[in-house]
Write a protein that binds this ligand. Structure first.
Ligand SMILES: *Cc1c(COP(=O)(O)O)cnc(C)c1O
Length: 302
C-alpha cells in the first residue's frame, strides 16, 4: 500500500516510469496490470541500468529501483541511480525491503522516497502486514493523502506489533547476515546445488558492489539445484526447521519457490527477464543457530 501510494503520489496519467525489470512480483504486476489502464507507461531496465539514457524522454517522471532484488538478490548501483535521477529531474524511489535501514540508507544518497514492506524484517515476526514510506515533508503529505484515499491505514494492533518488533531489528539483521553467509557457503559446496545467489559470496556478480554500498549482505539468498524443479520441490517438502512459507525477513527461516508465490502469474519470458528459473528456491534466513539450519538443509538434500 505504501509502495502503490508512493508511486501514485508521484505519477499521473500521461507520465512515464522507468523501473528495474527485476522486481518483487507484486510491484511488477501493479505496474503491468494497473498502470497501463491509468495511462502510465512503464519502461524496464536491467539492474546494471544499461541503456537507461535511451528510456528518458520529456514525459519521464519517476525512476523506481529495487536493490537487492527479489529473489535473485542482484544489486543496483544505488548511488549511480540516484545521480541519474537527479541529472534528469526524475523522482527517485527505492524499495529497500531486502537491505533494511540497517544495511542501506538511501535517503542519504538523495532518494526522494524509500519504501519498505514492514511485513518483513522491520516487524520481523511474520505476524503483521504493514508498509513504510520515507521521504521529505512534501512527498510524505502526498503519500498520506493517497493512503487516505485508497484506504491503507494501519490498525493499532499492527502498529503495536511493528513498534515492538522494530526494537530488535539491528540485532536480528546482524544474526541473519552471519547465518546467511554460513548457509550460502554450505550450499555452494554441495554436490547437488547448481548455483547459489548471495551477494556475500565472491561468485555473486554484484559482490564488489555489495561490499561498497551495503553494511552487510542481508538475510536473503536463492539457489538452483542440478535436479531442477522436481528436486527443488523435494527439498521444500523435506525441510523441517525451515518453514515452507511466503514472506521473508522474520526470525524464522523460510523456503519458497518464487515461481509459485511471489512471482506467480508471470510468463516464462517475464520470469526469465527477472532471472527466475522454474526450480529456484528462495531462502529467508532467520535467527536460529546456523548449524541447525545447515543440518536441516543437509538432510533435506540427501
Ligand atoms: C514483500 C515485498 C513487498 C510487498 O510487501 P507487502 O507488505 O506484502 O505489501 C514489496 N517489496 C519487496 C521487495 C517485498 O519483498
Amino acid at each position: 500500500m505504501r509502495r502503490s501510494s508512493a508511486l501514485l503520489g508521484a505519477l499521473k496519467c500521461g507520465d512515464e516510469l522507468i523501473s528495474t525489470a527485476q522486481l518483487y512480483g507484486g510491484t511488477y504486476r501493479l505496474m503491468r496490470d494497473v498502470f497501463a489502464d491509468l495511462g502510465i507507461k512503464v519502461h524496464h531496465v536491467g539492474t546494471d541500468l544499461a541503456g537507461i539514457e535511451n528510456l528518458v524522454n520529456s514525459g519521464t517522471r519517476v525512476l523506481y529501483v529495487e536493490s537487492p532484488t527479489n529473489p535473485t538478490v542482484r544489486l543496483v548501483d544505488v548511488e549511480k541511480a540516484a545521480q541519474f535521477a537527479k541529472k534528469h529531474k526524475l523522482i527517485s524511489i527505492i524499495d529497500n525491503t531486502f537491505a533494511t535501514p540497517v544495511l542501506q540508507q538511501p535517503i542519504k544518497l538523495g532518494y526522494d522516497m524509500v519504501v519498505h514492506s514492514a511485513t518483513k524484517a522491520l516487524a520481523g515476526h511474520s505476524d503483521v502486514i504493514a508498509g513504510v514510506a520515507v521521504g521529505n515533508k512534501k512527498w510524505m503529505e502526498r503519500v498520506q493523502h493517497m493512503v487516505i484515499y485508497l484506504g491503507g491505514s494501519m490498525d493499532p494492533e499492527a502498529a503495536y506489533l511493528l513498534n515492538r518488533g522494530i526494537k530488535t531489528l539491528g540485532l536480528r539483521v546482524q544474526k541473519q547476515c552471519e547465518n546467511a553467509i554460513s548457509v550460502a557457503k554450505f550450499l555452494e559446496k554441495h554436490a547437488k546445488v547448481a548455483r547459489v545467489f548471495y551477494p556475500g559470496l565472491p561468485s555473486h556478480p554484484d559482490h564488489k558492489l555489495a561490499k561498497k554500498q551495503m553494511r552487510g549482505f542481508g538475510s536473503m539468498l536463492a539457489f538452483d539445484l542440478k535436479g531442477g524443479l522436481p528436486a527443488a520441490r523435494r527439498v521444500c517438502d523435506r525441510v523441517q526447521l525451515f518453514l515452507l512459507a511466503a514472506s521473508l525477513g522474520g526470525v524464522e527461516s523460510l523456503v519458497v519457490l518464487p515461481a509459485y508465490t511471489s512471482h506467480y502469474n508471470m510468463s516464462e519470458e517475464e520470469l526469465a527477464r527477472g532471472g527466475v528459473t522454474p526450480g529456484m528456491v528462495r531462502v529467508s534466513i532467520g535467527i536460529e543457530d546456523a548449524e541447525d539450519l545447515i543440518a536441516d538443509l543437509q538432510q533435506a538434500l540427501a
